[in-house]
Design a protein around this ligand. Structure first.
Ligand SMILES: Nc1ncnc2c1ncn2[C@@H]1O[C@H](COP(=O)(O)OP(=O)(O)OP(=O)(O)O)[C@@H](O)[C@H]1O
Ligand SMILES: [Mg+2]
Length: 370
């Protein structure tokens, strides 16, 4: 996949920007706070319909403006696609409008699969050390880009969960009878099936791929990385019936706690290094290597799913790596169009950028590459 152009209008610190990156590696270099990550975030927004770092869309609208827009033009093996996202301040009637090849899309899910990206960012360490929701988000983003089917399945599951939780409230307040839960238990159990099956598939594939990447990048034979999907339904081939039984068994407890206590919304991944849980025991370097291994595995999964590589967005990651890991990472991503940020060109020792762009506050200028 080749990003031909990126257009921004009133996005974060930028008024108007048009970038036409080359096919290889483009470096954005600039001091802290000059707007480098903003550029990668814009690409992420067009690929997934949301930022990688905030759930609050309005933060992306340039201060003092009512609306912002981002547009990508990508060349895929099957043709050229233009996708765009426009965001509005809450006072406006609309919140978010998605454009695909000049037409307005009715659902955000329609964006999935047109332009795909894998973002490497400093916040990724949360996948290793953070709460289970960080690892669920990682899986959800990956699987949504593999196909809108997962994105819609997750929406259906979440809305069934919301309805069931609302009903638990009504029952506790005496406004509904416990028997009315039956219908929502059934809906929730059915809605869980595609979510669980996709996560089972992804976890299995990631375990294998990431194990090899960890060994390559880490460069130590005694460190073996492994990943496992854990959750109430993680190991079953019959998620619907197992979940239904579980919901019945836990009904009393769910009513006592006024929430659905079991299900894929509680799923997690355990990440192990030579048998020890990385969340508690990983060193900083080991955690970073695990993150790179997971992201590179994500690249492979997307590549095999769509028949071509996604765009790579490397935010500030090279400066964190020692030179051996940096060289091995760059070797792994060779040949894929990459947008990379750094504060200092010395972070790039070993890389051969095709374009270097200097980012000042709100402006971008081209530097000579040697
Ligand atoms: N909605 C907004 N409107 C105007 N400016 C914004 C908005 N959101 C963020 N900014 C500005 O963008 C800048 C931060 O941009 P960004 O996160 O891309 O920096 P960076 O170059 O990646 O920095 P670092 O090297 O520290 O990661 C800050 O100066 C911030 O004030
Ligand atoms: Mg940044």
């Amino acid at each position: 996949m080749y990003l031909q152009s990126l257009r921004l209008h009133d996005f974060r610190s930028y008024h108007q920007v048009l970038l036409t990156p080359p096919r290889g590696v483009t470096v954005f270099v600039g001091e802290n706070g000059t707007g480098k990550t903003n550029l990668l975030e814009a690409v992420h927004l067009c690929c997934l319909g949301r930022s990688h770092r905030t759930g609050n869309d309005r933060e992306m609208i340039r201060s003092g403006q009512e609306t912002c827009a981002v547009q990508l033009r990508v060349q895929r093996s099957d043709g050229v696609d233009e996708v765009g996202v426009r965001l509005f301040m809450p006072e406006q009637k609309k919140r978010k409008v998605i454009y695909i090849n000049g037409k307005t899309a009715s659902r955000t899910g329609e964006l999935m699969g047109h332009a795909t990206c894998v973002m490497f960012s400093p916040e990724d360490l949360d996948i290793i050390r953070g709460a289970p929701q960080e690892r669920r988000r990682f899986l959800n983003m990956l699987l949504s880009q593999c196909g809108a089917g997962y994105y819609y399945a997750l929406q259906t599951y979440n809305s069934a969960l919301k309805q069931r939780n609302a009903l638990l409230h009504s029952i506790v307040r005496g406004e509904a009878k416990p028997v009315t839960l039956d219908v929502w238990d059934e809906q929730l159990a059915q809605a869980a099936v595609p979510v669980v099956k996709a996560r089972q598939f992804a976890a299995q594939a990631l375990d294998k791929l990431a194990r090899d990447y960890y060994a390559n990048i880490g460069g130590r034979e005694d460190e073996v990385f492994s990943l496992r999907y854990v959750g109430h339904l993680a190991d079953t081939t019959e998620p619907a019936s197992v979940f239904l039984n579980l919901l019945h068994e836990r009904r009393e407890e769910d009513l006592r706690r006024i929430t659905t206590t079991a299900g894929p919304h509680r799923d997690d991944l355990t990440l192990n290094l030579s048998g020890a849980d990385m969340r508690a025991f990983a060193s900083q370097g080991q955690a970073r290597t695990a993150v790179l291994a997971l992201r590179l595995s994500e690249v492979d999964l997307l590549t095999s799913r769509q028949g071509e590589a996604p765009l790579l967005l490397l935010d500030d990651v090279l400066s964190e790596l020692d030179s051996g890991r940096r060289t091995r990472l760059l070797a792994c991503i060779g040949g894929i169009q990459t947008l990379l940020t750094c504060t200092d060109m010395s972070d790039l020792t070993g890389a051969k950028p095709d374009a270097v762009l200097r980012v000042h506050d709100g402006t971008i200028t081209t530097e000579e590459t040697t």
